[in-house]
Design a protein around this ligand. Structure first.
Ligand SMILES: [Zn+2]
Length: 461
């Protein structure tokens, strides 16, 4: 099967050019002036961009949380991702307290296999660092699960103390993997949250108030220092606050291997969205939405590469029936937002059209940097011969309105309801196969493959 994408502007992180793209089977055969060849299919991309399929390195399909489960399955969630131009996800497998990494990883393979419609990899959440789980880390790296996420938040559930975090970091320094950190001071937050609740401050808005930016800054600074001492690279997930960005920037200026992502919700939404009574529960995630002045700092962080990429932390819960669990107590609202479908368009609209970043930097933060930092370089994240033909024909001029009535995520609301955006995916290909075309689904459930990734811990830049 040969497909020619003709007349488009190929946009890579390193530059753009008018070029045709010839696909042979599952991979890209040629980019440039393609000689007259017989093809099975021709896609006209005149006036459009041809970009590498986007990669979302932070999703939580079917995550158990707060007595319920994130609503998207690997089938519905990856299908929604594809509609939005994302052709690879890296999801978080979870080690349960008292359980092994092996059991956690096997459970996630079982959820994804036969269901995911695009390619996927896994990171491993460690919630129980002990001699056995430390030993298991090396084997996981060998299986292509190369990153380990630890938490300084959620005492009693995910939190590891500094000693446990440091032990996991030392191990990772030896096995070549990467440490991912959820950095907020959970024990201190819980004190303030309990005081707020006792004072009758029970609305979702107070979720945003009690998780102080300085608690994120403190934890970010602490884990970067621990990583520096252990001699390992560290990657801060879902960075939301100026205080945390300052810690990353300072470390990077010192030459420390510290990296961070942010998410669209921290660039486009704010503490005000948590208001409006219980409606605010739709916007509860951790770290929380911040005041608007933090947004400007995060955009600057993306411009200057103190933030390397944008992921979603996609973790959807219905407003009716799930977020409801926290009526009368913001601490009981399941934490998480839907977003896997909206990231590429939001970053095009707010970033490129909005004048913060170039279209090449847009491709960098949604696709190329994720591939490079998470062991998929050469295979994903680039429009180049030999790479997987994960491609999006993107219309930079199409306008549409984000709404729960038209999105494909399995959740009953959108955080961006009614928002007008410029830019949209016309045709989405995964390994040479058209899976979305002009808003219609063409792929098959279960066609996605597990991606065995290479460790990059010491090599990322
Ligand atoms: Zn997360």
């Amino acid at each position: 099967m040969r497909t020619l994408i003709a007349n488009g502007t190929v946009v890579n992180a390193g530059g753009s050019a008018r070029a045709d793209v010839l696909i042979d089977g599952e991979t890209i055969a040629l980019v440039g002036a393609v000689p007259e060849v017989a093809v099975d299919r021709r896609i006209d991309a005149a006036g459009k961009y041809v970009i590498p399929g986007a990669i979302d390195v932070h999703t939580h399909m079917e995550l158990p949380f707060g007595g319920t489960f994130a609503k998207d399955t690997f089938e519905t969630g990856t299908r929604a991702a594809a509609f939005g131009g994302t052709t690879t996800i890296i999801d978080f497998a979870v080690q349960s307290r008292g359980g092994s990494l092996r059991d956690g990883l096997d459970a996630w393979h079982a959820k994804a296999q036969g269901n995911a419609v695009i390619d996927y990899g896994f990171h491993m959440i460690m919630s129980d660092v002990n001699d056995d789980s430390l030993r298991e880390m090396d084997a996981l790296v060998g299986e292509g699960v190369t990153d380990f996420k630890l938490f300084t938040a959620y005492p009693g559930v995910f939190l590891s103390d500094d000693g446990a975090i440091f032990r996991a970091m030392q191990r990772t320094a030896h096995n070549g993997g990467l440490i991912l950190m959820h950095a907020e001071n959970g024990p201190a937050i819980d004190v303030v949250a309990a005081q707020a609740f006792e004072a009758g401050q029970t609305d979702p808005y107070f979720h945003g108030v009690v998780r102080y930016p300085i608690f994120e800054g403190e934890a970010t600074n602490r884990v970067i220092s621990l990583a520096e001492a252990a001699g390992v690279a560290v990657y801060i997930v879902h960075l939301s606050a100026r205080d945390a960005l300052d810690a990353v920037r300072t470390a990077r200026d010192r030459g420390v291997n510290a990296f961070a992502e942010t998410c669209p919700q921290y660039l486009f939404l704010s503490l005000e969205d948590l208001g409006h009574g219980f409606e605010g529960a739709k916007f509860i995630c951790s770290p929380p939405l911040r005041t608007t002045d933090h947004q400007t700092e995060l955009w600057k962080g993306l411009v200057k590469d103190d933030l390397q990429l944008v992921s979603t932390d996609h973790c959807p819960f219905d407003f009716k029936g799930q977020k409801d669990l926290g009526r009368g107590d913001f601490r009981k609202v399941p934490n998480g937002l839907p977003g896997v479908e909206d990231r590429v368009d939001l970053m095009h609209d707010g970033g490129v059209v909005g004048g913060w970043i170039s279209k090449e930097r847009w491709v960098e933060v949604v696709s190329a940097a994720p591939a490079r930092m998470f062991g998929l370089e050469g295979r994903k994240g680039t429009v180049a011969p030999g790479a997987d033909a994960d491609l999006v024909v993107y219309d930079p001029n199409r306008r549409h309105v984000i709404s729960a009535t038209t999105h494909h995520m399995n959740v009953d609301y959108s955080c961006y309801e009614g928002r007008h955006v410029q830019g949209g995916s016309d045709v989405v290909l995964s390994r040479g196969e058209v899976i979305v075309e002009n808003g219609t689904w063409q792929g098959a459930a279960g066609r996605g493959r597990f991606l065995k990734r290479q460790p990059t811990g010491g090599a990322i830049r």
